[in-house]
Design a protein around this ligand. Structure first.
Ligand code: ATP
Length: 237
């Protein structure tokens, strides 16, 4: 129903051995939203995305997807059930071509769905179509990022967890933000971790601020952009 958030984290703690990376984190993402998570290096942003996917697993608290408790499900199951992640870095298979990488993203779909998925991704990223037979490892950082998002979309997720990479050219970043909005318009909910907080908040309905493993602020994207403390700490103003 519309009243149930698509994603809920309830009082989550996540540890790496004795280190507590997330401390009593509670957030939600409603269906159809773009929600942005901002925070300094080491705040726990990547850990939050990975915890949603079950690796590492939360040590306490619950992750609910469409109201269902997925905290203890294994990662493959979570992915098959409608969540996809386009992780930080260039996590494409460097020795495979663009098309082969996309096929890997849809490995549990039938072959006609794979063809459809590839066409859909090529429609979103014409650059990938031009490079369909190029080995992924030889593409630019921005192109690899597009491929990582495209591969995530191959599983037809209802929720996309996205963490674009640092250090991309402004034109590529602008294209990726545009695509994220298109993806949302196509009905996919987006939870976005982004180093470029300014742009990420511009397209966000809401945002959360994470500091040393704790959520310290939640507000609309617009209000966070206009918040002087946030501007000073995260927007370089
Ligand atoms: P960045 O913006 O630099 O990517 P982040 O907000 O994504 O940072 P995380 O990568 O989630 O932060 O890291 C949160 C904390 O957990 C950091 O103190 C980090 O050193 C620690 N950490 C992350 N991964 C591991 C790991 N595999 N083993 C031990 N500690 C880890």
């Amino acid at each position: 129903t519309t009243a149930t958030p698509m994603l809920q984290l309830q009082n989550i703690q996540t540890h790496y051995g004795a280190i507590r990376a997330l401390n009593d984190v509670s957030i939600h993402v409603n269906q159809g939203e773009i929600v942005t998570l901002i925070g300094s290096n080491g705040a726990g942003k990547t850990t939050m995305l990975m915890t949603i996917c079950g690796s590492p697993r939360a040590t306490t608290g619950k992750v609910l997807f469409e109201g269902k408790d997925i905290t203890r499900l294994d990662t493959h199951r979570i992915m098959r059930d409608g969540i996809a992640i386009s992780p930080e870095g260039r996590r494409v298979f460097p020795d495979l071509t663009v098309t082969e990488n996309l096929k890997m993203g849809g490995f549990f779909l039938g072959s006609s769905a794979i063809e459809e998925g590839i066409e859909h991704v090529f429609g979103l990223f014409p650059r990938l179509r031009e490079r369909a037979n190029q080995r992924a490892g030889t593409m630019s950082g921005g192109e690899q990022q597009m491929l990582a998002i495209g591969r995530a979309l191959m599983s037809k997720p209802r929720l996309l967890l996205d963490e674009p990479t640092l250090g991309l050219a402004p034109l590529i970043i602008a294209q990726i933000f545009e695509i994220i909005q298109t993806i949302r318009a196509e009905g996919v909910t987006v939870f976005l971790v982004e180093q470029n907080a300014n742009k990420a908040l511009q397209i966000a309905d809401r945002g959360y601020v994470l500091e040393t493993g704790r959520v310290v602020l939640e507000d609309s994207g617009k209000s966070l952009l206009g918040n002087p403390d946030i501007r000073k700490a995260y927007l370089g103003a």
